[in-house]
Design a protein around this ligand. Sequence first.
Ligand code: F6R
Length: 261
Amino acid sequence: MEVIIQKDEDKASLLVARLIAKELKAKPSLVLGLATGRTMERVYAKLVQLHREEGLDFSLCRTFNLDEYVGLESDHQGSYHFFMKQHLFSKINIDPRNTHLPNGMASDLAKECEDYERLIADCGGIDLQLLGIGSDGHIGFNEPLSALRSRTREKALAPATIKQNGPLFESLDQMPKRGLTMGVGTIQESKHCLLLATGKQKAAVLARAVEGPITSMISATALQLHPHCCVVADEAAASKLQEQAYYRWIFENEPEWDDFH
Ligand code: F6R
């Protein structure tokens, strides 16, 4: 795992967008795993900017989102389908047929999850998976005690997630309490993982995820087992990491990061 610390949320989001852009330029048919949530809004704004100002081309890119609520129509303002369209898909030159999210309205949710896994495999697997981290350490909707080898499945949302995302709905009653999510095992199979954490409210959980023991209580700790995982954090989110000086030294001195200073 590598940890890159940036001064603030804006710089951290720009770095993540530039890392994605680099992969997309190297492989225009990139299979890109996407996340939603407040942290991602700024990343997507930066990607839109790179598309508009520098012609970053998404025409061959294929995307798979991590998760979706169960029981929300895709045009519901709280759905992740809606979020992706609003923040990214409607603003770049991606072919909508190449964008995929689990369908939380499917009549057979187990089959939907199996089909989703198969579709990812048919595309050759995910090249780069973008991740946020929940206040309970989840990645996707992999709530505490998610098996570290879990696959795409239906999951009951934990109280911390309901508290975190509840304010995005008109009332708590309207927030679905279940989701479909790629599993921790599905995420582990991505060729690269890129996790972004910003804000001081993520500092404690990020420290446990990066420097704590691997545990299914904090799904993000499974990323410590991933051979190519990069964590980008702003100073606030990184503030509880023990080895900040070491991470900063690597970023400043390793040639692979020269283009990103
Ligand atoms: C959503 C997802 C979640 C979020 C996490 C952080 O697709 O994958 O794991 O990344 O809940 O959400 P924010 O960014 O809203 O704090």
